[in-house]
Each structure stands twice: as structure tokens, then as C-alpha cells.
Design a protein around this ligand. Structure first.
Ligand SMILES: Nc1ncnc2c1ncn2[C@@H]1O[C@H](COP(=O)(O)OP(=O)(O)OP(=O)(O)O)[C@@H](O)[C@H]1O
Ligand SMILES: [Mg+2]
Length: 491
């Protein structure tokens, strides 16, 4: 927006426009200009809002279908068209009003309208538009209502068009749903009537400019330093790891942190619907699925990419999320020499994650017996890390569970660390500890072979969040575990 203020404009002034519509004359009355007024007038409040309502469609039609970008040429074009319209209508604005008007026009015609400031605000992580009058944001893990609104359904749809048009996508009654991305990588879903009953809805998961690091997660109290050390050893030792969690629980963020522990000399192929991972390693090939046309032409699925990745001689495959038949290919890859691979699934507990993987493998349509699928899962997956969004809005690793193998028809799992909630602090934050279950994972020899010596004590201790190196402080035996408890969990 700052760029707009630098755009050169003649003084906007003089020359009554012939044949003003009612709205135009109302706008002029609101402005209170006389054509010869030497200084422009200041407009605020409802007058300014009326001016904006009046001018946006006029500038838009004067642009004649040009889809504006933020290039200096386009910003100048926007200013020129606006000047011409103001002149024609005899509007003489002072410099502050002019700057505010251009800012508004830029938000409407170059940016994303009323939600533009929300998108620019780095403290906001999610923007949710439920029809024109209800806009919600997530900030600091809390969802609150935002003080912005759209004029009407049409206005929301126009902003959706602005988002999807540059990508060659469209939205209308016949194609009422669309997934897209903003140029900064933020993920957008839009759905309009007839599917969205109460008006067009937009959901934007903002792409944080800075990706969280392991240190950030420790600082936020999402994970303890000891857990990070343990997970680092697991990634380094090429365990196959699945991050499990609900929507927006921080799976992708954790996957990114886990991926950062992959040694720099390994060849990594990442596969995602929209590239959210940011790996610092040098030897990385990034693959992204393509939605394709309505009839399926040009579509490249995650599953296609996983299969292709196997022919790319990867040391590690990182799949952003398994949500379909690719789970089968991923498990096969994990079982056939691409160990050390990482992915996420949408599930509420490690046990759920196994069930979810089972369902996803069935979606591959191979008609495999359930026992064979479980066998695949049990031998492919070494570790499940459960991520959760707690009721105070914070995100935490709440369970780290080993997948040990099969017994009969059952996948045997064993919790290694479990989060125990101890209460709510004065600040409304959940207080809790991460507790070792006392049981050394069966894969410990694998860690040791890779040079990670982990004494039995680390699996017995209790770890506090946000206080590095301070551990084993709280007595055992209090609080409610999120996990399936100690002992041999059979699931
Ligand atoms: N440990 C954390 N502490 C605080 N905020 C976090 C943490 N992890 C993730 N977030 C924030 O939570 C939001 C969701 O994170 P992320 O995209 O990783 O979740 P997800 O589980 O992958 O979501 P989805 O199910 O939609 O793919 C993001 O805004 C992210 O910045
Ligand atoms: Mg995700």
C-alpha cells in the first residue's frame, strides 16, 4: 500500500461532469466541492465510504478487464483511471483523502478488499469469511470475530475471483468450490452458493513468513527440548515417522521441523498439494500436485507423484499429507528401502492414525485384505507423533508412540511419551508435563546403531514445557493423560 502513496497524480480537480447519475451527484454533494476550489476537501466516515462505494465499480469498468498486479505500471494505471473519473465528476480531494482513496482502491482492485489488512497483519494466522457480514480470524491460537465486513455476497465473490483468476481457475454456480493459493503461498478455499447456504465463504490459512524452527516450538511450549532431541535421533536414524493430528493442529509445521533433521547429504523428495514445507537442505526436489481440469485432464495426484518419486532415487520421501490412495504407495516405499520417510495424517490419536491409514490404503482400490494392510502399516511405520490443538489454542505434541508390530490381527503400539494435563494457569493456559512411560522403544538399537545413545532414564523422566533442561521436577502420578496409558497398548 505504501507503494500507492508514491504514485504520481496531478491535483484531482475541476470540470463538472455532464449527466451525473443520482449517485454521482450525491457523491459530489458529499464531497461538497466546487469545480474551482483551489484546495481539495477532506472526506471521512460515511462520506468517504459512499465515495468508495461509488467509485470502485467505475474504476473497475474503466480498467476494461485488465487484471491488476502490484507492478508500478499497474498502480500508476489505477491512479490515472481514478484521477480521470474524479476529474470528470468534479471531485477535488485533499491529499490525505486521495491517499486513503487510492489505498482503498488498491485493496479492492489489486488486493483482497476488506480482508487485505488482515492478510497483511503477521499476527493473524487464519482468516475465515462466512458470508459478507461474518469474518473471523485466528490470532495467538484464538479464534475471534474481526471488525470487517463485505458489502454483500457479490463483493465476497468478486474478491474470490480476484484470488482465483490469476491461476486460471473460476468459481460460479456451476463450479461452486475452489482451492487456490495467494502469491505468498497462503492456502485458500472458497465455496459459494448453492453449496454455501449462508453466503460465499473463504478460508485462508496464512503462510507464515517465517517457518517455525525446533527452537520456536520449544519456546512456545509445544514440545520439550528432550522430545526434540529424541525426535532428532529418530529422524537421523531413518525411522519412518507419521505426524498425526486434527485440522490446523500444527502437523505441517512439525513435519517441517522433523524434515529439518534429515542430514544434509541425503537426497530428499518432497510431495505436497501446495508447497508449504521449507527445507534448508541443498539436495531437495520439490513436487506439487496439479488439480487439473473439471474432467480430470491434466490432473496429477499426490499418488502419481509418490510413484514418480520412487523412480527419482530418493533417500527420503516427505509427503505433506496422506489423504488418499497414496498411503499405500507411501507404506510400500517405507517398506522397500526408503526408510526415514515422513508424512502426516489427519487423526485424533495414534490409534486413530493407524485406522485412518487403513482406510486410506483401501482407497487405493487394490482390494487388499485388512490383515495384509495392517501388516504393511505395522512394518512400515516406526513412530507416530500426535500433535493437538488444546482448548487454550496452543499446539502441542501430546503423544509419541512406537508401532511395534503385529500380534494376531492387531497392530501393537506402545506409548513412549505422553502429555499429562495438570490444570489451567491464571493466564488461561493449559499447564502440563510430558512424561516418559518408562518403556524403552524396541527401535532403540536402531538409534544406537546410528550413534544416538539414549539411557533408560530419559524414558522414565517427566519433562516440563518451555523450561529447557529443567526436567524430572514434578512428581509422577497426577493429571490426566491424553495417551492410551502406560503398558502394552493393544489397538
Ligand atoms: N507449535 C505451534 N505453536 C503455535 N502455532 C503453531 C504451532 N504449530 C503450528 N502453528 C500454527 O497453527 C496453524 C496451523 O499449522 P499447520 O498448517 O502446521 O497445521 P496442520 O495441522 O498442517 O493444518 P491442516 O490440517 O489444515 O493441514 C498455522 O498458522 C501455524 O503457524
Ligand atoms: Mg497441513
Amino acid at each position: 500500500m505504501e507503494a500507492m502513496r508514491g504514485v504520481s497524480t496531478d491535483t484531482v480537480a475541476v470540470g463538472a461532469a455532464p449527466g451525473l447519475s443520482g449517485m454521482e451527484s450525491a457523491a459530489r454533494r458529499a464531497v461538497g466541492v466546487t469545480p474551482t476550489q483551489p484546495r481539495g476537501v477532506a472526506l471521512g466516515g460515511e462520506d468517504f465510504a459512499r465515495l468508495c462505494r461509488w467509485i470502485v465499480p467505475r474504476v473497475e469498468s474503466a480498467l476494461n478487464g485488465v487484471v491488476l498486479t502490484r507492478s508500478p505500471e499497474h498502480l500508476q494505471l489505477l491512479a490515472d483511471k481514478t484521477v480521470a473519473i474524479c476529474r470528470q465528476a468534479g471531485l477535488n480531494l485533499d491529499s490525505d483523502t486521495w491517499a486513503a482513496l487510492l489505498e482503498h482502491l488498491q485493496a479492492e482492485l489489486v488486493g483482497y478488499g476488506p480482508i487485505e489488512p488482515l492478510l497483511e497483519d503477521d499476527t493473524i494466522t487464519e482468516v475465515m469469511v462466512n458470508g459478507p457480514n461474518d469474518v473471523y480470524i485466528e490470532r495467538g491460537g484464538k479464534i475471534v470475530r474481526a471488525d470487517v465486513r463485505f458489502r454483500d455476497d457479490e463483493h465476497v465473490i468478486r474478491i474470490i475471483q480476484r484470488i482465483v483468476a490469476p491461476l486460471g481457475r473460476r468459481i460460479d454456480r456451476h463450479h461452486p468450490m475452489v482451492d487456490a493459493r495467494l502469491p505468498d503461498g497462503s492456502r485458500v478455499n472458497a465455496i459459494i452458493p448453492p453449496c454455501a447456504i449462508d453466503g460465499p465463504s473463504i478460508t485462508i490459512r496464512k503462510f507464515g513468513k517465517k517457518k517455525f524452527t525446533a527452537e520456536d516450538l520449544i519456546r512456545f511450549g509445544s514440545v520439550t527440548p528432550e522430545m526434540i532431541e529424541f525426535l532428532k535421533a529418530c529422524v537421523n536414524s531413518r525411522l519412518n515417522i507419521v505426524v498425526s493430528g486434527g485440522t490446523g493442529s500444527g502437523k505441517t509445521t512439525l513435519l517441517n521441523v522433523l524434515s529439518s533433521f534429515i542430514p544434509n547429504d541425503e537426497r530428499i523428495v518432497t510431495i505436497e498439494d501446495s508447497a508449504e514445507l521449507r527445507l534448508h537442505q541443498t539436495h531437495v526436489v520439490r513436487l506439487e500436485s496439479v488439480p487439473g481440469e473439471e474432467d480430470g485432464t491434466g490432473r496429477v495426484t499426490i499418488r502419481d507423484l509418490v510413484r514418480n518419486a520412487l523412480r527419482m532415487r530418493p533417500d527420503r520421501i516427505v509427503v505433506g499429507e496422506c489423504r488418499g490412495g497414496e498411503a499405500l504407495d507411501m507404506l510400500q516405499a517405507m517398506n522397500t528401502g526408503h526408510d526415514g520417510s515422513l508424512t502426516t495424517v489427519h487423526a485424533n490419536s495414534p490409534r486413530d492414525a493407524i485406522a485412518r491409514l487403513e482406510t486410506l490404503v483401501l482407497m487405493a482400490g487394490m482390494d487388499l485384505p485388512v490383515r495384509a494392510i495392517r501388516q504393511q502399516i505395522a512394518s512400515a511405520v516406526d513412530l507416530i507423533v500426535q500433535q493437538a490443538r488444546l482448548r487454550d489454542g496452543s499446539r502441542k505434541v501430546v503423544q509419541i508412540t512406537e508401532v511395534q508390530g503385529m500380534e494376531g490381527d492387531t497392530v501393537i503400539m506402545q506409548d513412549v511419551f505422553v502429555f499429562h494435563e495438570l490444570g489451567i494457569g491464571e493466564d488461561g493456559k493449559v499447564i502440563g508435563v510430558m512424561r516418559g512411560t518408562g518403556i524403552r522403544p524396541k527401535f532403540t538399537p536402531k538409534l544406537e546403531a546410528a550413534g544416538h545413545k539414549l539411557g533408560p532414564e530419559i524414558f522414565q523422566a517427566e519433562y516440563r514445557y518451555g523450561t529447557p533442561a529443567e526436567s524430572s521436577a514434578a512428581p509422577k502420578g497426577s493429571g490426566n493423560g491424553h495417551g492410551s496409558g502406560n503398558g502394552n497398548g493393544r489397538h
